[in-house]
Design a protein around this ligand. Structure first.
Ligand SMILES: N[C@@H](CCC(=O)N[C@@H](CS)C(=O)NCC(=O)O)C(=O)O
Length: 184
C-alpha cells in the first residue's frame, strides 16, 4: 500500500502514557518515525493546527495528514501498516471486546486515578475506593470475557490492550508508593 510509505511524525511530550502507547505501537511494527516534543505550556501554532479540537498530545502525522487521540492513532497504525506483528486479532468479536475494555480503561479508570492525585484526606479515601471498584470490574471482565487467555498479548507479542494498559500501569509501584495504598 503506497500510503504506508512516507513520513511519520509523532507530536508528544515527555513521560506521557498516551504518547508512549503510540510510540510502542510504532516500535513494535518497526515503523520509522520522527518524535517532536511539544511544549504543553506554550503550544505551537503548528501543533494547534494539527489538533484544533482537543489540543492534546499525542498527534500522529502521516504524510502531512494529522490524526489525534491515542486510541485512534493505534487503530490507524494497525490498519495502515497491516504488517506483523498485529496488535489486534482477526476475529471481529475478539477485536470488539478488546476495544470495549480499552475504552473502559481510558474513560473510567484513568480519570479515577486523576481524582486520587488531586484529592486528600477523606476525599482521597473515597477516590481510592471508587478506583478500586472500577479496577475490580475490569479484572472480573477480563476473566469473564477472555477465559484462559491473556488479552494483553496477540499471540505471543504485546497486543492492543497490552500496549494501552502497559504504557500507563507500568508505574503502578510508584503510584502505590505515592498514594500510600496498594491499588493495583
Ligand atoms: N484522550 C487523549 C488524552 C491525551 C492527553 O490527555 N494528553 C495530555 C498529556 S499531559 C495533554 O496533551 N494535555 C494538554 C492539555 O490538556 O492542554 C488521548 O488518548 O490521546
Amino acid at each position: 500500500m503506497e500510503e504506508r510509505k512516507g513520513e511519520v511524525v509523532l507530536f508528544g511530550t515527555w513521560a506521557n502514557a498516551f504518547c508512549t502507547r503510540v510510540e510502542l505501537a510504532l516500535k513494535l511494527k518497526g515503523i520509522p518515525y520522527k518524535y517532536l516534543v511539544e511544549d504543553l505550556t506554550n503550544k505551537s501554532e503548528l501543533f494547534l493546527s494539527l489538533n484544533p479540537v482537543h489540543k492534546k498530545v499525542p498527534v500522529l502525522v502521516h504524510n502531512g495528514k494529522s490524526i489525534a487521540e491515542s486510541l485512534v492513532n493505534l487503530e490507524y497504525i494497525e490498519e495502515c501498516w497491516d504488517t506483523t506483528p498485529k496488535l489486534l486479532p482477526e476475529d471481529p468479536y475478539q477485536r470488539a471486546k478488546l476495544c470495549f475494555w480499552a475504552n473502559y480503561y481510558d474513560r473510567k479508570i484513568v480519570p479515577s486515578f486523576y481524582i486520587i492525585f488531586g484529592s486528600k484526606d477523606k476525599e482521597r479515601e473515597r477516590a481510592i475506593e471508587d478506583s478500586s471498584q472500577l479496577l475490580k470490574v475490569f479484572e472480573e471482565g477480563i476473566e469473564k470475557y477472555f477465559p484462559g487467555q491473556s488479552p494483553f498479548f496477540n499471540r505471543k507479542i504485546l497486543g492492543y490492550l497490552g500496549v494501552i494498559i502497559g504504557s500507563l500501569a507500568c508505574n503502578y509501584q510508584a503510584v502505590d508508593e505515592a498514594i500510600g495504598v496498594v491499588l493495583i
